[in-house]
Design a protein. Structure first.
Length: 157
């Protein structure tokens, strides 16, 4: 969920005070965003892939569909449906723009007001938690890169 990603990022950037668990931070962020600010997940500022990259992805996606399911692609609605689905999924190529988020709605001040049930968390524990989170993030990035390379290899051959 977006509130979890925000909690992890804020934690990694040391905006969330010691003693706040990931779950506490996530719930506080979600509550503030939805109940206090009356916003939805779609209202967080976004950083998206640029238009040139999106055009390239669409081009390769259409080419892959043309090769894999030519009968559908060549039908009256084939390419139209594929283009429409691509447009509907455009947000999949976006992420929260944290630089913009930190500057709006008093988020940084809000983080400092949080009080958690783990007040005994020390610096060494927090460093271990940060190292673990960074490792998880890099594993996700590696997995995404492998998927992209497989997709690129498939399209080229």
């Amino acid at each position: 969920a977006v509130s979890d990603e925000i909690a992890v990022t804020a934690y990694l950037q040391n905006y969330i005070p010691d003693g706040i668990s990931r779950e506490e931070a996530r719930e506080a962020i979600q509550n503030r965003h939805e109940d206090v600010l009356k916003l939805t997940a779609d209202d967080f500022p976004k950083a998206c892939a640029d238009e040139d990259l999106m055009d390239l992805l669409l081009k390769y996606s259409l080419e892959a569909e043309r090769i894999m399911v030519p009968e559908f692609f060549e039908s009256d609605m084939g390419e139209v449906v594929l283009r429409s689905k691509f447009e509907m999924e455009r947000d999949a190529f976006c992420a929260v723009d944290y630089d913009a988020l930190w500057k709006q709605n008093g988020w940084l001040d809000f983080f400092q007001t949080l009080k958690g049930g783990n007040a005994g968390t020390n610096k060494k524990t927090k460093e271990k938690e940060i190292a673990k989170l960074k490792e998880e993030v890099w594993e996700e990035i590696d997995d995404d890169m492998e998927d992209a390379q497989r997709h690129r290899h498939f399209i080229r051959h």
